[in-house]
Design a protein around this ligand. Structure first.
Ligand code: ADP
Ligand code: ADP
Length: 222
């Protein structure tokens, strides 16, 4: 039986941080649309070039190419047991596509934690975020600093500040979240899978709530 978890929440809420920990603890694969786009960017593929023009402005990459990229990722064998989706879906069109895709595999979205935090917290977090070049591990200069400045604790690679974490782009990304992604809150509430989580708690406290919820979903179905 598979388990698909969708992490929902504005930029800076802590989705990527939690997804990496949950993947390690549950054995489910972490699928991050942002990380996949950034891989395309660094390999300078056609998709990477297209995505960059949207990402630099804080806009969403068009649904069609985003859905195609995620479909290919989810159809790889390592996702058959499920996945932790982080940053996808971000529109109702994407959510419908995910539902259809999972249905083909007799699966569904089992749990949608909505991680929230006030605007000023999001802005403060994104402004101090440092990301690992190799695998996208995330740190914060104040709230989650690496042991050695500028180096990832986990794989030793260089940490960098994302271009889209600059303040003008941050404002636009948060606005885009409220306009285009927030409708998914009701979408998943209606399907009975939404779980609201206060993302201002310490990282470990959020993880504990999410792990317990995933465990509950898994045991409810065996
Ligand atoms: P998202 O993927 O939702 O955009 P991230 O997981 O990248 O968010 O987190 C954004 C920033 O906030 C990172 O710098 C991260 O280290 C930090 N962060 C994540 N969760 C917490 C938390 N619970 N408390 C304080 N800082 C956090
Ligand atoms: P964050 O969690 O901090 O908002 P992400 O790494 O998830 O950042 O996303 C970075 C950028 O990648 C977004 O601003 C958007 O341009 C693009 N992107 C990521 N996921 C999607 C998606 N599901 N649909 C459209 N664009 C996306």
């Amino acid at each position: 039986m598979s388990t698909y978890v969708v992490l929902l929440g504005p930029p800076g809420a802590g989705k990527g941080t939690q997804a990496k920990i949950l993947a390690r603890e549950t054995g489910l694969v972490h699928v991050s649309s942002g990380d996949l786009f950034r891989e395309h960017l660094s390999q300078q593929t056609e998709l990477g070039k297209l995505a960059r023009s949207y990402m630099d402005r804080g806009e969403l990459v068009p649904d069609e190419v985003t859905i195609q990229m995620i479909r290919e990722r989810l159809e790889r064998p390592d996702c058959q047991a499920g996945a932790i989706l982080d940053g996808f879906p971000r529109t109702t069109v994407q959510a419908d596509a995910l539902e259809a895709l999972l249905q083909e595999h007799h699966a569904r979205v089992d749990l949608v934690p909505l991680i929230t935090a006030p605007l000023e917290v999001l802005v403060d977090r994104l402004g101090g975020r440092w990301t690992c070049r190799a695998q996208g591990h995330v740190y914060h200069e104040k709230y989650n600093p690496p042991r050695q400045p500028g180096r990832c604790d986990i794989d030793g690679s260089e940490l960098y500040q994302r271009d889209d974490d600059r303040s003008e782009t941050v404002q636009r990304r948060i606005q885009v979240y409220f306009e285009q992604t927030a409708p998914l809150i009701d979408y998943y509430r209606q399907r009975g899978v939404l779980l609201e989580v206060d993302g201002t708690q310490p990282i470990e406290a959020v993880t504990a709530i999410l792990l317990q919820a995933i465990q509950a979903v898994r045991t409810a179905r065996v």
